[in-house]
Design a protein around this ligand. Structure first.
Ligand code: IPM
Ligand code: MG
Length: 358
């Protein structure tokens, strides 16, 4: 094992197919740029339940702790939907995020000019779009206690969750957002529901305090319902968006769709020291699994993000992004981004084309 080691988790559904292409690209840049990276495969999600009875086995967690980065495809599928809640595939994903303290989730929504016509919005509204959503990933209602489904005295069942954020959690994610904004257009929009929820009232207060340390960054605040609307009305008003776990989950899917396909978007989940887990924003798409048609580009672009953020290999990261631009220029399209007149290709052909372009 090198000191630049990666754990690869292919997961479920289309995961193994798209990861095979991600791995090809990783191998290609590793030799081209002499990066000295090494990697191993482990199980997470449904495949881990089948093999070990739990979605995040200890061997996977130990390997992920020792590695510098984790590359994940996707987890979950109908096969495991009916099993007991606490060991569903998604719980494995939440647990690895939490155990590795990956509190900062970066989800860029960038529109490739070649794909402007794949967006459901008018080209002039989305042309040049470049938003970065910074989602808090290890707190909020996803992890708050108490949680569960209980039976009341009258026999009726009641489901409940707790949305909770401490000041320190808000502060550290706010710093990440402001620091990233300093490298971009120096605008942060913090999303809350401070008119109703106390937890986000504190969120707003703390982000405002942190903002004073970044006088060059323009900070604004927006209620989440308005933000959902503004994202489709005039998305280019945003530069960096910072928000809590649940709002970030929802808004990042919405922002993804502005770009034409969620199949294009990578993400990074980082801890305090830039160790990270990198994964496409989309899910395991069980409906198209095994058919060889899934778009591997979000996974391939996740490899680029990994090289940039964890390994500081900007040139190699850029090379992957440029290669993806080239295959789009060649009008190669998986079905999710296909428009008339372009060339429809499968998962493997797309991966091969990226390697060739490298
Ligand atoms: C995401 C996904 C996950 C989440 C699910 C699969 C648990 O939707 O990464 O956005 O809600 O965080
Ligand atoms: Mg989501």
């Amino acid at each position: 094992m090198s000191n630049k080691h990666i754990v690869i988790l292919s997961g479920d559904g289309i995961g193994p197919e798209i990861m095979a292409e991600g791995e090809k690209v990783l191998a290609a840049v590793n030799s081209k740029f002499k990066l000295g990276l090494s990697w191993e495969h482990q199980l997470l999600g449904g495949c881990a339940i089948d093999a070990h009875g739990v979605p995040l086995p200890d061997v996977t967690l130990d390997a992920a702790r020792k590695a510098q980065a984790v590359l994940l495809a996707a987890v979950g599928g109908p096969k495991w939907d009916a099993i007991e809640r606490s060991i569903r595939p998604e719980r494995g994903l939440l647990k690895i995020r939490s155990e590795l303290n990956l509190f900062a989730n970066l989800r860029p929504a960038i529109l490739y000019p070649q794909l402007a016509s794949a967006s459901s919005l008018k080209p002039e509204i989305v042309a040049g779009l470049d938003i970065l959503i910074v989602r808090e990933l290890t707190g909020g209602i996803y992890f708050g206690q108490p949680r569960g489904v209980r039976t009341l005295e009258n026999g009726e069942r009641q489901g409940y969750n707790t949305d909770v954020y401490s000041e320190s959690e808000i502060r550290r994610i706010a710093h990440v957002a402001f620091q990233l904004a300093m490298q971009r257009n120096r605008k942060v929009c913090s999303i809350d529901k401070a008119n109703v929820l106390e937890v986000t009232e504190l969120w707003k207060e703390v982000t405002t305090e942190v903002g004073k340390e970044y006088p060059e960054v323009q900070l604004s605040h927006m209620y989440v319902d308005n933000a959902a609307m503004q994202l489709v009305r005039n998305p280019k008003q945003f530069d960096v968006i910072v928000t809590g776990n649940l709002f970030g989950d929802i808004l990042s899917d919405e922002a993804a769709m502005l770009t034409g396909s969620i199949g294009m978007l990578p993400s990074a989940s980082l801890d305090q020291s830039k160790k990270g887990m990198y994964e496409p924003c989309h899910g395991s798409a069980p409906d198209i699994a095994g058919k060889g048609v899934a778009n591997p580009l979000a996974t391939i672009l996740s490899v680029a993000m990994m090289l940039r953020y964890t390994f500081n290999e900007e040139a190699a990261a850029r090379a992957i992004e440029v290669a993806v631009g080239k295959v789009l220029d060649q009008e190669l399209r998986t079905p999710d981004i296909y428009t008339e007149g372009t060339k429809k290709v499968g998962t493997k052909e797309m991966g091969d084309a990226v390697v060739a372009a490298l």
